[in-house]
Design a protein around this ligand. Sequence first.
Ligand SMILES: Cc1cc2nc3c(=O)[nH]c(=O)nc-3n(C[C@H](O)[C@H](O)[C@H](O)COP(=O)(O)OP(=O)(O)OC[C@H]3O[C@@H](n4cnc5c(N)ncnc54)[C@H](O)[C@@H]3O)c2cc1C
Length: 452
Amino acid sequence: MPASANIPPLALPFVSERAKRTLDLVEEFVEKDCIPADELFQAQLGEGETRWKTIPTVLEELKAKARQLGLWNMFLPRNHFSQGAGFSNLEYGLMAEYLGRSRTASEVRLVLVGATNNSAPDTGNMEVLAKYGSEEQKRQWLAPLLDGKIRSAFLMTEPDIASSDATNIQFSIRREGHEYVLDGSKWWSSGAGDPRCKIYIVMGKTDGSHPDPYRQQSVILVPADTPGITVNRMLSVYGYDDAPHGHGHLTFNNVRVPESNLVLGEGRGFEIIQGRLGPGRIHHAMRTIGAAERALEWLIARVNDERKKTFGKQLSEHGVILEWIARSRMEIDAARLVVLNAAIKIDQRNAKGALKEIAQAKVLVPSMALTVIDRAIQAYGAAGVCQDTPLANLWAQIRTLRIADGPDEVHLQQMGRRENNARKDEVAARLRRQREEADLLLVANGFKKSHL
Ligand SMILES: Cc1cc2nc3c(=O)[nH]c(=O)nc-3n(C[C@H](O)[C@H](O)[C@H](O)COP(=O)(O)OP(=O)(O)OC[C@H]3O[C@@H](n4cnc5c(N)ncnc54)[C@H](O)[C@@H]3O)c2cc1C
């Protein structure tokens, strides 16, 4: 059955015929071209230092094919940007699920997502430039990013502070004449290892004395080859290096850029990061749904493997295993609806009007996927934790989503606070009214009130 035949009925009325055709093309491209290229990508990357200097040729071949098929820059939603392929967030969300079906979370994910120019952090960075950049900034950086010629990194997190509270940021951006001077350290700068990474989008503090703690920060564009920048090391994720993309730990020492590199204006940093992360979270969530689907496929393959029986039966004949399959199916399908609902809400309003739904997807989906992947790992026994299946790497990568882009606890706290504040008075008044009406009914029928 083609992918377009599996669109949940709730989402179907919002999906155009063109998007359905593209969705089927994406599925075919992923299945026939990208997944088979996963191993070749790794082989071409090689070992040791070459992993940070090599761009596997298979990636360029896949990019050329993706372009030819029209599978390019699908992530920029049509109601906010003219530069993309003209799909809604919902339509791209459906495609992102298929983009996540390869060994999504491994380094090889880049074969898939990179092949169609829809990979993080470039997607969010392109959104920043398209939404907030000046015409000159767009010409210089957005155009080559959209063209897939260069890559980018987003530098916000710092090693010496708790970065989930971005008001803690210490990195200094100081104005001197017609320049800004940058000093400080950043880490977990994803994509900074890629030799094609030419531009850093950096958040730092321009005015530590501003009375509003959310107006002290600004965002500035820094070419990666600016003097004074040192890439100290690449950080690993549960031992995986994620090459050639990588997660950099960088130091800036008296780094100077022209004042025209500032994005939007001084003190607008929070506004920019909030505008950046809405649709991006939906993309991550849908790719993660794809990763969970892939884990379920591997689970089903193992439990029906004729060669590997326990106690005289195939694993699928043991009751608990069927329950794992059923639970995985339910959990994936339920989580998908949560993400698609958020995408529809962004399309109908904007990311700001869908904060609750985006946060729900951001927290719910990785936890669901980790549970599904863990069941698949368990079904494989020792094979599940080694390199012979994509599962171990998948688990390691998806696990980071509970931390990256704000840990679960912060999103849950904000969601809980909003829900509580919005409802507490109305809920108390309603329950009081229900109780009063119940008592009136009891008395009218000759009974005593239930409450004193
Ligand atoms: C794979 C990966 C890629 C990343 N890519 C990027 C990138 O490209 N650019 C970038 O700038 N950053 C990136 N990050 C960093 C990421 O955004 C931060 O790690 C995240 O925001 C958390 O900040 P922190 O690590 O400083 O944790 P801290 O702020 O020190 O928080 C530690 C823990 O404290 C707990 N906590 C925090 N607040 C609360 C609360 N209110 N209630 C209860 N508990 C709480 C949470 O459990 C949290 O995990 C990446 C991280 C990973 C793992």
